[in-house]
Design a protein around this ligand. Sequence first.
Ligand code: GLU
Length: 546
Amino acid sequence: MDLNYLADLLYPGIKTMPEDIEARFPKRELPEGAKVTRFAPSPTGFVHFGGLFPTRVSERLAHQNGGILYLRIEDTDSKREVEGAEENLIETLAYYGVKFDEGAVAGGKSNGIYGPYRQSERAEIYQTFAKKLIREGMAYPCFCTEEELNSIRAEQESEKADPGYYGKWAVWRDSPIEKIEEKIKEGAPFVLRLRSNGSVERKIKFTDLVKGDIEITENDKDHVLLKSDGIPTYHFAHAVDDHLMGTTHVVRGEEWLPSLPFHVQLFTALGFKLPKYLHISQLMKLDENGSKKKLSKRDAGVDMRFYKEKGYCPEAVVEYVMTLLNSNYEEWRAANPEKDYTEFPFSIKKMSASGCLFDFDKLNDVAKNTVARMSAEEVYTKVLDWAREYDVGFADKLAADPEYAKSILAIGRGGKKPRKDIMIWSEVKDYMGFFYDDYYKVTDAYPENIPEGERTQILADYAESYSSEDDNNSWFEKVKAISEKYGYTSDMKAYKADPSAFKGSVTDVSNLIRIAITGRANSPDLCTICKLLGEERVRARATSVK
Ligand code: GLU
């Protein structure tokens, strides 16, 4: 058969040759060892945690050594496309510090010379390479209708044969040119298929940078390369695009691993150098019985919008992702509390081949540590930003007196062992609300061993003696004196030795004051709190208790 004739018959509009296209995509000039990686999402939904994870790997691999991270939109399936998904994706990733050097940008535009970066705009490129495969006898048209394919599938089922288009089932594989011409004349739709030379009797050996050495059965299926609208399948586009765009490392989910033999075939048939691959395992979670399960789309914390609404700062989420990615990250962080995560020497070798466990407790712990490292000023700005979107009333309170809010947030901050009271912004109102009269409410019970009548007397004494000039020491001396006056010992040693000898101790009295002033039994340093509240408020609260 005249294969040049067949190629022109199938794609008459395509006059370009692979060399023309290659010339449009010059080899990248990058420093030695620099990697080119990409994020290649289908715009079919919103970014989820499992998507952020491999993207961070691509980002670190590229940016750690002066390489390039680009964004390619895999929009070859218009039926599954979701309006606004592309914009959302770019925005969300930027929020988590993943910035692209090149590729699709918002507003349908792009940035870089290796475009177009949206696959729907690259039809001519794919068809040019498809024609090359046809000319070389490695691809052929298939005119099977949906019904014909269904009946092949049904027959395979009844024969218990492997499903797919191959061997005797590949009915168009060796069709004479006349039959093809006839169909084309009729205007019948066709797909283009690979003429596979693989065999299920053979295996390919392959080294994945995360999974290690692997052997997988060759591909013997004549898979579809171009669909009937001339738009490629993921597989064909992957080979063409990652070659032309100069990707050195393909980071993607392990669900693509079974397709790898097909991809190897495609790169070989097209005469392209195979990139390096990192197949990332699915994230796991522990179920109620403590056994590992794959994280599903419906699990809490999978949708990235959850983190924003709850007020997890993006820095904390990034930090958590880093702990999942490299087993030695936490150790590094402990030794380098002040450094930016980008200074961490990320290594593929330290990635888990078997899958990471997504653990909320761990994330929360990381979040507390991350916030604890921030200055009061920083926390103030971030909480205010969050509240402006999610709690306007609280935002107004914070904005009305920034200095007051910052002094509150400064309590216990700085130093070697900063307090870890704040985890997420949505909890901050509860944490500092008692500093604002509108939010102040006594929610904890007063110490039981102080009778009600005495309670008001003690608090009246506290109100009277309180001075915001007092330093920590003199403040506590006053509290001790009040305690002694009512028979609550300030001698903690004696109290511990024989509690029954006393009505109670200064701890009970302090707790009473704490609950009256803050509304709760747990709070940061009470003397500091009183100072910030000011004498008037302290007196008012202490004397309002009945
Ligand atoms: N569009 C594919 C996906 O969203 C990309 C996989 C890849 O990175 O190659 O799963």
